[in-house]
Design a binder for this molecule. Structure first.
Ligand SMILES: C[S@@+](CC[C@H](N)C(=O)[O-])C[C@H]1O[C@@H](n2cnc3c(N)ncnc32)[C@H](O)[C@@H]1O
Length: 258
């Protein structure tokens, strides 16, 4: 993966996808999704919360057994992401597209109680209003069938994501990112039955100004941010011509008790 990435002449969207591929590869390897889907009957109604461009389903699809069929409802605040996700899912073997909801996660529409075997929010509970998330979690849990699972994949307080974002906020302000620890607090207070899988890996970015600029712009979701404000952590992470951002991103699997 690093090879493909270093071969890129210009640092572009494809290079970003190469760098973050490790997050999705690690996730697919960390949890027995195929086994779970088979135990749930093989025919899965899924709600993909903050579907983005459906990168995760693209990594999961090849490891699923032939008899797994997933009908995915999509939710995102971005119309272009909903459209792209639908195109991506349609081209996959195990996925079909159901309903699409253009909405904020915090304003989750009435989805019907007990409707889904599986709901997931993969890297999508970052730019949410944290104060509104206890209620959003309750609505997601209500939308699960008994015995169904909610999966949340979320950056942790100790991740380089948060260190970068901390320097960004010190320079430019803005709300803090929601992190794994916030979700854990909400789930524990509500008494849900969950388990945690801890994942750790590096994002490896060449030590070149344009590459670092694009990486840091993607992490901060700001195309105008100057690289210099991140210098304190760049020097810490520099090694062998690259900058290695150590990320810890955890998976929470929440089971809806029967
Ligand atoms: C990193 S992408 C998600 C990646 C995707 N889940 C995957 O597996 O490839 C984050 C997505 O969450 C959406 N999002 C972020 N905050 C949101 C919110 N408060 N309400 C609805 N969608 C949100 C963004 O529009 C974006 O498409």
């Amino acid at each position: 993966m690093e090879g493909t990435y270093y071969a890129n002449a210009s640092w572009d969207v494809e290079a970003w996808v190469d760098v973050i591929a490790i997050e999705y590869e690690s996730l697919v390897g960390a949890y027995p999704f195929d086994e779970l889907f088979r135990s749930l009957g093989g025919s899965i109604d899924l709600l993909d919360v903050g579907c983005g461009t459906a990168i995760f389903p693209g990594y999961l699809d090849p490891v699923l057994s032939a008899d797994i069929h997933i009908r995915a409802d999509l939710l995102d605040m971005s119309e272009s992401s909903l459209q792209r996700a639908a195109e991506v899912l349609t081209a996959l073997e195990h996925f079909a597209v159901g309903d699409s909801y253009r909405a904020l996660i915090e304003d989750l529409p009435e989805l019907g109680d007990g409707r889904y075997e599986v709901i997931w929010a993969i890297h999508s509970l970052t730019t949410v209003d944290i104060d509104r998330m206890p209620a959003a979690y309750d609505r997601l849990m209500n939308a699960l069938k008994p015995g169904g699972y909610l999966f949340v994949y979320q950056l942790t307080a100790g991740s380089a994501y948060q260190k970068v974002h901390g320097l960004y906020r010190a320079s430019r302000g803005g709300s803090r990112y929601m992190e794994f620890e916030d979700s854990l607090e909400i789930l524990a207070a509500a008494g849900y039955d969950y388990e945690v899988h801890e994942l750790a890996f590096d994002h490896v970015v060449p030590d070149r100004p344009e590459a670092l600029a694009t990486y840091l712009q993607k992490v901060t979701l700001d195309d105008t941010v100057p690289v210099e404000i991140f210098e304190p952590i760049l020097s810490e992470f520099r090694r062998d011509g690259a900058v290695r951002f150590p990320q810890t991103v955890n998976l929470i699997a929440v089971r809806n008790q029967e």
